[in-house]
Design a protein around this ligand. Structure first.
Ligand code: GDP
Ligand code: IMO
Ligand code: MG
Length: 431
């Protein structure tokens, strides 16, 4: 029996989704990205060799896997081409295994300029976006003035629509933000190139997924960002501009919501966040610095240092509910090795009272104080461990407690960046 499985992050991104997607695609016919864009940075390490993917699905290093970019993804053609060329230089042939929905909105250079101009204008209130034009591209999609990637196949028609859009963007750039305009000629030149490079990869993702379902093939739906960055349910306005939750896997790829058999919530054994916004369990002390150092917590896309803190069971519990998480994958357990005492946030206090409801507003979340319970840490190394029996008792106790708090079984455990440094207690694709 074939299975459809969603793999997504249930914190603020960078949970290790790329590693887990690559691992699980062993048994898959296809991997589909359904939201976000090249703001994502998904790291795969195979036999010590590292590959960072931004737009290309994390199944690309498995020769039998068809990779698809669904309609919910915003595509920056130059970034995609650069990524494909890097893969080609590494000896892969990604183009013939990649299908891009013609419905994907295009990120133009003026979207990038607007994203960065807005961030500068926000000053100390900046969101800390990746500056890749993601937000402005989604805005134009919703406003029904965006360019879809399928339109590039008709350059003349497309140029007329791009000119209109650039007039609007340049009005904002020059008059609202006092920034330089984007030159239409440079965009038109690029369009010709984009069209010839991208046209061969365009295809109807809905039909392709239907065919795989008909042939009983397994499909993995790969989330980007994380649940707490969801435009509706995240820590608004410090969020990304797409729905990052499981429902988006259906509308961002073109399948119905009944197709999913499992939702794997990937979660770090602690918490990190890049960019601005509330982070109740953030650590500003030596332990935070230690997690950042041991976990190499620098953004895979922008290289920015990630903020680090204790595991937050309040927010991740909510994330499990929002996504119908059926299985947990805990990553970076090894990073906690040697910490003498581990804290887990199990509640929030505001103005002296323990809250029984999660604040919906980022401003309130800024003010909460975490209520912690503590567990003893383990002093042995868990790095690279591949069998649960070899884990220190205290590490097992920590994982059991996470599972108990989130009321979801921990079924995958990761103890290092490499594909092999993993324990799979239940493979969601197992028949
Ligand atoms: P993604 O965006 O969710 O795919 O995650 P990123 O690739 O941005 O960040 C995760 C980082 O942690 C990458 O550098 C991975 O190689 C690394 N990583 C993944 N799992 C583990 C693990 O279990 N232990 C350690 N030490 N590193 C890990
Ligand atoms: P992966 O898929 C972590 C964050 C940015 C910023 C906010 C909005 O690798 O987990 P955007 O450029 O999307 O408008 O930025 O979202 N952000 C991420 N943080 N991992 C990511 O992707 C992210 N993609 C966006 O730092 O706070
Ligand atoms: Mg990442």
């Amino acid at each position: 029996m074939s299975k459809n499985v969603v793999v997504l992050g249930i914190q603020w991104g960078d949970e290790g989704k790329g590693k887990i997607v690559d691992l699980l695609t062993d048994r898959c016919r296809a991997v589909v990205r359904f939201q976000g864009g090249h703001n994502a940075g998904h790291t795969l390490v195979i036999d010590g060799e590292k590959t960072v993917l931004h737009l290309v699905p994390s199944g690309i290093l498995r020769p039998q896997v068809q990779c698809m970019i669904g309609n919910g993804v915003v595509v920056a053609p130059d970034a995609l081409i650069k990524e494909l060329e890097a893969l080609e230089q590494a000896g892969e042939s990604p183009r013939r295994r990649l299908t891009i929905s013609p419905n994907c909105p295009v990120i133009l250079p003026s979207h990038v300029a607007l994203d960065q101009a807005r961030e500068r204008a926000r000053g100390s209130k900046a969101i800390g976006t990746t500056g890749r034009g993601i937000g402005p591209a989604y805005e134009d999609k919703v406003a029904r003035r965006g360019i879809r990637i399928g339109e590039l196949s008709e350059p003349e028609l497309c140029k007329e629509r791009i000119q209109e859009l650039l007039d609007y963007h340049n009005f904002l750039l020059e008059r609202r933000f006092g920034e330089p305009a984007t030159d239409p000629e440079s965009v038109f030149e690029a369009v010709e190139r984009w069209a010839s490079e991208i046209q061969p990869m365009l295809g109807d993702v809905v039909t392709a997924l239907g065919a795989i379902a008909g042939a009983s093939g397994n499909v993995l739906f790969e989330g980007a960002q994380g649940t707490l960055l969801d435009i509706d349910q995240g820590t608004y306005p410090f969020v990304t501009s797409s729905n990052t939750t499981a429902g988006a896997a259906a509308c961002g790829s073109g399948v119905g919501p009944l197709v999913f058999d499992d939702v794997v919530g990937v979660v770090k054994a602690y918490t990190t966040r890049v960019g601005g916004g509330p982070f109740p369990t953030e650590l500003h002390d030596g332990i935070g610095a230690r997690l950042a150092e041991r976990g190499h917590e620098f953004g895979a896309t922008t290289g920015r240092p990630r903020r680090c803190g204790w595991f937050d069971a309040v927010l991740t519990q909510r994330a499990c509910q929002l996504n119908s998480v059926s299985s947990l994958c805990v990553t970076k357990l090894d990073v906690l090795d040697g910490v003498s005492e581990l804290a887990i946030c199990v509640g929030y206090r505001l103005g002296g009272t323990v809250l029984d409801e999660l604040p919906w507003d980022a401003r309130a979340l800024e003010k909460v104080e975490p209520v912690y319970e503590t567990l003893p840490g383990w002093q042995q190394s868990t790095e690279g461990i591949q069998t649960v029996k070899k884990l220190p008792d205290k590490a097992r106790r920590y994982l059991d407690r996470l599972s108990e708090l989130l009321q979801v079984p921990v079924e995958i455990i990761s103890t290092g960046p490499d594909r092999n440094a993993t324990m799979v207690l239940r493979d969601p694709f197992a028949p």
